[in-house]
Each structure stands twice: as structure tokens, then as C-alpha cells.
Design a protein around this ligand. Sequence first.
Ligand SMILES: Nc1ncnc2c1ncn2[C@@H]1O[C@H](COP(=O)(O)OP(=O)(O)O)[C@@H](O)[C@H]1O
Ligand SMILES: [Mg+2]
Length: 196
Amino acid sequence: MKEFCVWFTGLPCSGKSTLANKLKEKLEELGKKVYILDGDIIRKELNVDLGFSEEDRRENIRRVSVVAKILTECGVVPIVALVSPFRESRKKARERMENFVEVYVRAPLEVCKERDVKGMYKLALEGKIKGFTGIDDPYEEPENPEVICETDKESVDESVEKILAYLENKGYLERKGYTEEEEEAVKKRLEELGYI
Ligand SMILES: Nc1ncnc2c1ncn2[C@@H]1O[C@H](COP(=O)(O)OP(=O)(O)O)[C@@H](O)[C@H]1O
Ligand SMILES: [Mg+2]
């Protein structure tokens, strides 16, 4: 089986961490070793020295891509869950490794604000934190992501299924022992995506 990296990008509260955790569970059930590189944790550990200026954000993404590449070389599937707002930085991460699967976790800004999982949008809107992506800092949407998860329209399971179907279709994963219902669901999803 080929090495691959799943890279989630999207606005704060779009659903990156939620999908990363669920995808990890599913990949582990299929016998993969998985490590999640989640922005929130990375910023408290590896990148504790970095802030939120454009330069620091680019460096944050760059370092995470270096670690992701190392993990692929160790036979581990890195799942990155980072806002990663810059197209150019994501492109560089892509160039660093083979089989880079960019997943655009898309939800309208209004929905993300409404979710406000950690109360950060509120603080940003009150001007209490500066440079918050989506409020007063830019987010550059992916132009050609491998997968788009529309988390305001899909359930977590549907979004994860979309990613698994993509990975399987590319030959990065092999799933066995489907029930008939699961077979049908996968087939339907692959048809919708235009793969079969
Ligand atoms: N299809 C979906 N995929 C992911 N998250 C969803 C979905 N539908 C609703 N949510 C909710 O949206 C929120 C996303 O939060 P989180 O995963 O922490 O976002 P992020 O890591 O992008 O900042 C969670 O409360 C989650 O339960
Ligand atoms: Mg998160």
C-alpha cells in the first residue's frame, strides 16, 4: 500500500479536528498507524515559539509539513488538521511528499461563527484578539482539493466516508468485509464523485 498524507484545511470551526479524529478511528480499524497533527496541540508543543503573523503562520505550516513527511517515511499516516490559510504554503507541503490528499473542510463563515466551539469568533468580533482567520485575516480557499467536505450539509460520518472512498479509489487503502449496504453506499459515493 502506498504512503499518503491527509491534510485538512478550512476556517476555524469548519470541522477539521472532528473529522481528523473520526478518520483516525476508521483508518486504525483498517490496520493503519495514524498520527494527528492538530494545530491546537502543535502550537502548544512543537511550535510554541510561533504566533499568528503571516510569517509565523507560514512557518507553522512548513514545520508541520516536515513532520508529516517524516511520519509517511515511518509508515504512519499523518492526518493534519490546520487552518493552513495560505495556498502557497499548502502547495509547498504538497510538493514535499507523494500522495498528498488535501481535504477542504468547507462550511460558510456564518455557520462557523455560530458553532464557535472555543469562543474565539466572539473574541475576534469584539476585537479582543487580532488576526483571526475569517474575521480579520485571510483564508485562501483551495482551488483543486482532492476532497471537499461540506460540513454544514453532511454528517461527520458522510464526510469521513467521502474521504475513505477517495483513498480506496486511489489504491491507498483496502477495505474488506463490507456488508451489502456498505457496498452500495461506497458505490453510490464513487459514482457521485465521478470515479466510476
Ligand atoms: N459534518 C461535520 N463535520 C465536522 N464537524 C461537524 C460536522 N457537522 C457538525 N460539526 C460540528 O462542528 C464543530 C467543528 O469543530 P472543530 O472540529 O473543532 O473545528 P476545527 O477543528 O475546524 O476548528 C464541532 O462541534 C462538530 O461537532
Ligand atoms: Mg481544530
